[in-house]
Design a protein around this ligand. Structure first.
Ligand code: ZN
Length: 444
């Protein structure tokens, strides 16, 4: 039984799929005006692990994540570089997909774009205007009226009257309520489309609702994204669905916490932005993923030299014994294809509990401890030791960490034989020489 924290109910709840054995999951994607930073990499990893967990537990998953390819920042960059918005967007979409591959995250099944969803977005806004949930303001923009949804505030647990009382009101003459948000912006700058409200482009909050309805259906299992999207973006998405389809958009709202750099929020003004590509290139896929999952997804993750080094030591502690099993079992001509079901089940149980990766790590360490104990015995019980090794490899694969089996060729085996013979003959110089050769091959 998989349990997940639902931001909407503020509870860890049992996951019950809408369609038997299947999960429909939508995660808000990036606005493609720049490269992915390390903060963008966290939802990539979190929702990838969640998808892998569902699959490990026997579900099929349809994973949809959009690209926001219409936005002021994209338009400004196109003007700056004297090119089209399409060129700018494609550059960063490609770069984003590259980072996904580098991180060994499965690329979403469907990646809809705003530019390809425009007809649907315009007719959805028209429906809201026609049923009185949205209005055309004096300046020609179209706004959603938050008062049209009596449940407004249900995702972020804020009441409209409290919001109004406590908030600094953004000065905008066109709005009836300060929390009304733009569905359509009238503009003559940059890329624009014809609409019943004149030439312009859509606001940000409508696209995901339309993309969910078009690609997955009216009511999906999981809507995910970073914690920063809960309000107003997800609140606004939910409100639009209530006012058109009269149903909740998603069963579970799942949000990941942010990443800090050296204990500080990552921001342009602090100049501490770390690009995801640079980090993965520097640390490698496995270490980046190990670090990302070392903290529970609802807790902030601190990225620093210290946390990277801790992660590196932990991962070595896991991977080295696996290599030792590969090498020593082959030298003993032992092989075993099965895995230890008990430890693997225990590992999945931890992840089933609201993706508790830190507790899952404890199971990995405990299993590795048993492997080390097995390796230390004079005549290891290879079926047990290799079974535990295979179990850890399976656990790591749920975390997106790939471990290749070390395969010894005849030359390697001969080197081990010579090393052992030299030691037996007390030929210490020879033993050192063979040992160094094994180290050079990465076999020690
Ligand atoms: Zn969204």
């Amino acid at each position: 039984m998989i349990k997940l924290y639902n931001s909407k109910t503020l509870n860890v709840e049992e996951f019950k799929p809408i369609k038997e054995g299947h999960v429909d999951m939508y995660v808000c994607g990036p606005t493609v005006y720049n490269y992915a930073h390390i903060g963008n990499a966290r939802p990539m990893v979190v929702f990838d692990v969640l998808k892998r967990l569902f699959e490990a537990e026997g579900y099929s998953v349809t994973y949809v994540s959009n690209f926001t390819d219409v936005d002021d920042k994209i338009i400004n960059k196109a003007i700056e570089e004297n090119t089209t918005e399409a060129v700018i967007a494609q550059r960063y979409i490609d770069a984003y997909q590259d980072v996904r591959k580098m991180l060994n995250t499965e690329v979403p099944d469907i990646t809809p774009r705003v530019t390809e969803t425009m007809d649907g977005i315009i007719s959805f806004i028209k429906e809201l205007v026609d049923n009185g949930s949205a209005y055309v303001s004096d300046n020609g923009d179209v706004y959603f009226s938050v008062e049209a949804d009596p449940e407004y505030g249900e995702i972020s647990h804020q009441r409209l009257d409290q919001l109004e009382a406590g908030a600094r009101i953004e000065v905008n003459d066109g709005k009836k309520n300060p929390y009304d948000f733009a569905l359509w912006k009238k503009t003559d700058k940059g890329i624009q489309w014809d609409s019943p409200w004149g030439k312009g482009r859509p606001g940000w909050h409508t696209e995901c609702v339309v993309m969910i309805n078009q690609n997955l259906g009216e009511y999906i299992d999981i809507h995910g994204g970073g914690m920063d999207l809960k309000f107003p973006h997800h609140e606004n998405e939910a409100a639009q669905q209530e006012c058109t389809h009269h149903n909740a958009l998603a069963n579970f709202w799942v949000h990941n916490a942010m990443i800090n750099i050296d204990g500080q929020k990552m921001s342009k003004s602090l100049g501490n932005t770390l690009w995801a590509k640079d980090i993965v290139e520097k640390l490698g896929t496995n270490l980046t993923r190990w670090l990302m999952s070392s903290v529970h997804y609802r807790k902030e993750l601190n990225f620093s030299e210290e946390t990277v080094e801790t992660a590196r030591k932990e991962l070595d502690k896991v991977l080295n014994p696996l290599r030792q099993v590969d090498i020593k079992s082959q030298l003993a001509s032992a092989s075993f294809d099965d895995y230890d079901e008990v430890s693997y089940r225990l590992f999945l149980d931890q992840l089933d509990d609201d993706l508790n990766t830190p507790n899952a790590y404890t199971v990995i360490f405990d299993t590795v401890k048993k492997i080390n104990q097995g390796l230390r015995t004079k005549e290891p019980d290879w079926n047990t030791v290799i079974g535990l090794r295979n179990s850890v490899v399976k656990m790591l694969s749920v975390l997106g960490i790939v471990v290749d089996r070390v395969v010894l060729d005849e030359e390697d085996k001969a080197l081990f034989t010579k090393w052992n013979e030299a030691k037996a003959n007390k030929d210490w110089d020879g033993a050192d020489q063979y040992r160094n050769a094994l180290i050079a091959k990465g076999l020690m």
